[in-house]
Design a protein around this ligand. Structure first.
Ligand code: PRP
Ligand code: URA
Length: 209
């Protein structure tokens, strides 16, 4: 079974409170999602491999560490996942970015794929699929299905708020994929919204309704 990691760093939790607040406007919401994504990227990259190189300091020659150059790919689930991309790229600017377009049919709550563009070397890359919300889990499950169908073998899923129902469904569908979240909320309501959640992440990020 995949592991679930909750990033409960105080800065992440603080910013999360303000994106939950319904009086937070689009500009601030977008900035906070961006900052949370950066902080989560810091946590998720803890296990990146390093290699030693020699560096000449003003004092003497030293052996020091740099990233070993692992090939990373970020895959936001459109639309709301886009709000997390720049924040992640601030820390790992060399990562390639794929896109997967999915929307939840409001009646059935089933994900419908409308766009997919991935880096060409899918098999060699480690992917982080990102979306602020994991509700029923349908979108995240479908996004990972899509990546696996194209040959991806190393995948992680990162979201800001998850519902227990979504985590369970995701783990059942993809037991090989670890999940990284900032908050595990209480439940889903009858409309498939996370409770207490933050409402519709895409609408709040882009100012649509
Ligand atoms: C939201 C959210 C996730 C999905 C989560 O997107 O950003 O992608 O719902 O729900 P699920 O776990 O039940 O699939 P939405 O479908 O509203 O599309 P949008 O990003 O274009 O607003
Ligand atoms: N998608 C959202 O944007 N919010 C929810 O609460 C559930 C799905």
């Amino acid at each position: 079974m995949g592991k679930v990691y909750v990033f409960d760093h105080p800065l992440i939790q603080h910013k999360l409170t303000y994106i939950r607040d319904k009086s937070t406007g689009t500009k601030e919401f977008r900035e906070l999602v961006d900052e949370i994504a950066t902080l989560m990227a810091f946590e998720i990259t803890r296990d990146l491999p390093l290699k030693e190189i020699e560096v000449e300091t003003p004092v003497q020659l030293a052996t020091s560490k740099v990233l070993a150059g692992k090939k990373l790919g970020i895959v936001p689930i459109l639309r709301a996942g886009i709000g997390m991309v720049d924040g992640i790229l601030k820390l790992i600017p060399a990562a390639k970015v794929g896109h997967i377009g999915l929307y939840r049919d409001p009646e059935t709550l089933q994900p419908v794929e409308y766009y997919l563009k991935l880096p060409s070397d899918v098999q060699e890359r480690e992917f982080i699929v990102v979306d602020p919300m994991l509700a029923t889990g349908g979108s995240a499950i479908e996004a990972v299905n899509s990546l696996k169908k194209r040959g991806a073998t190393k995948i992680r899923f990162m979201c800001i708020i998850a519902a227990p129902e979504g985590v369970e469904a995701f783990q059942e569908a993809h037991p090989d994929v670890d999940v990284y979240i900032a908050a595990l909320d209480e439940k889903l309501n009858d409309h498939g919204y996370i409770v207490p959640g933050l409402g519709d992440a895409g609408d709040r990020l882009f100012g649509t309704k």
